[in-house]
Design a protein around this ligand. Structure first.
Ligand SMILES: *Cc1c(COP(=O)(O)O)cnc(C)c1O
Ligand code: SF4
Length: 422
């Protein structure tokens, strides 16, 4: 592959074979200031800040990812994702330990069961690199471990027992830090569960350690289709010959690829950067899937932007570029509410039969709805089968199974209960 790393004096004697070997990359992950100094320039003030930061949070940067960083420009978007900043020590009033309640909503080790038909399965808390903006900082970068055999068995048992789970999302940490054999033993057991229709793997390896995507890995993965991989590109600079090659290998193995970016201040909080990113992603066969609003995990407040920035980014994509390049912008709700999509408003007004819409150019147009709007749906076998599955939320209201959704323990309900008792 490319020898783009030769510009770093520290690595100039490394052979291309070593550089392109993920074991070499992992063995040489940059964890201390002394090594980082050999790769990047920083002044004594930054060095002091870095040391202070490292007392509290660990650092890990793959040599490959470091080679994408600007040697001396502190605000380099790649550098900001890997090199700690003193701001990580700031505690913001909105910071939370586990903002998404991934631990609270966990019925078995490593599992978060939030949505009706799918689970998140965290099988390791180790990554090849520790992203400074990581939402799972409470797990990642502290107590390194994979899920134990026993814990894995308990989680699998839960999935076996819950026939409604048709989608398992393996994440971490980074699942691709496991050896192929280790990963395969998990996949094999999941595949043996009949009701698990699809398996998704979330990994940042194509971005931070693309060398990990080897012929052996993809050969193993494709035995367990349908497998999807979602990765995490945040900036066009991360699209390199290496990451492109990693994605090509996965795609050639028939694995559909998606991307989940995080909206990060000073890294990608710009419509132009995002447009370039999503267009380039499609060209390496990665479909932009989500943009996450930066959440409220501790120590990442300096990365947060307004939510408006995300809306502005979508406004600048929809209609302006390939529809397939437009991801969904989501806020992951506090307390385990899950992902909530946020979009610019395209519907301006409506009457009984007219919808007033605007397009990306600002053209205001109308849609006249049919006079007879009665739908025939609900009369075929598919709906009959679906009907017996319990629904939640607004869908339940629409189906007429419930007329009102109201919070538990409303004051007025409590009051009327009290009156009834006396
Ligand atoms: C994001 C997430 C999922 C998957 O959500 P999709 O919208 O289906 O991609 C599942 N479980 C948890 C806990 C999640 O955070
Ligand atoms: S790869 Fe993912 S889990 Fe690991 S540090 Fe980065 S964002 Fe966090």
């Amino acid at each position: 592959m490319s020898n783009g790393f030769k510009h770093i004096t520290f690595y100039k004697d490394v052979s291309e074979n070593d550089w392109n070997n993920w074991h070499w990359q992992l063995a040489n992950v940059i964890r201390d200031v002394k090594t980082l100094e050999k790769v990047l320039d920083f002044n004594s003030n930054e060095k002091e800040e870095l040391n202070k930061c490292l007392e509290k949070f660990r650092m890990a940067i793959t040599p490959y990812y470091a080679s994408l960083m600007d040697k001396s420009y502190r605000r380099c978007p790649i550098r900001l994702q890997g090199v700690p900043q003193i701001k990580e020590l700031i505690k913001d009033e909105s910071d939370q330990e586990d903002p998404l309640h991934e631990d609270v909503d966990s019925p078995a080790p490593g599992l978060t069961h939030r949505y009706p038909d799918r689970v998140l399965f965290l099988i390791t808390n180790i990554c090849s690199m520790y992203c400074r903006h990581c939402t799972r900082r409470r797990l990642v970068g502290f107590n390194d471990k994979h899920l134990s055999g026993d814990a894995m068995e308990q989680a699998l048992e839960y999935i076996r027992d819950h026939k409604e789970i048709r989608d398992v999302l393996i994440s971490g940490g980074d699942p691709f830090v496991l050896t192929n054999d280790h990963l395969e033993s998990g996949l094999k057991k999941l595949r043996a569960i009949k009701h698990v229709e699809i398996i998704r793997i979330g990994s940042r390896m194509p971005v931070v350690l693309p060398q990990r995507i080897t012929p052996d890995l993809v050969k193993m993965l494709k035995k367990y289709h349908p497998i999807y991989v979602n990765t995490h590109f945040n900036h066009p600079k991360e699209i390199t010959p290496e990451s492109k090659n990693a994605c090509a290998m996965l795609a050639n193995a028939g694995i559909p690829l998606g991307n989940q970016s995080v909206l990060l201040r000073d890294v990608n909080d710009c419509p132009s950067i995002f447009k370039k990113l999503v267009q380039q992603l499609l060209s390496i066969r990665v479909k932009p899937y989500y943009i996450y609003q930066c959440d409220l995990s501790k120590g990442i407040s300096h990365f947060r932007t307004s939510i408006a920035k995300g809306i502005e980014i979508i406004e600048n994509l929809r209609g302006h570029t390939t529809g397939m390049a437009v991801p969904t912008f989501v806020v992951d709700a506090l307390g385990g509410g899950g992902k909530i999509p946020i979009s610019p408003n395209y519907m301006l007004s409506r009457s009984d039969r007219k919808l007033i819409l605007r397009n990306y150019e600002g053209v205001i147009t109308t849609y006249t709805e049919p006079e007879d709007i009665f739908s025939n749906c609900g009369r075929c076998k598919i709906c009959d089968d679906e009907r017996y599955k319990p629904l939640d939320g607004i869908a339940k209201l629409l189906r007429g199974e419930k007329l009102v959704l109201e919070p538990k323990n409303l004051k007025r309900t409590r009051r009327s209960n009290e009156t009834k008792q006396t």
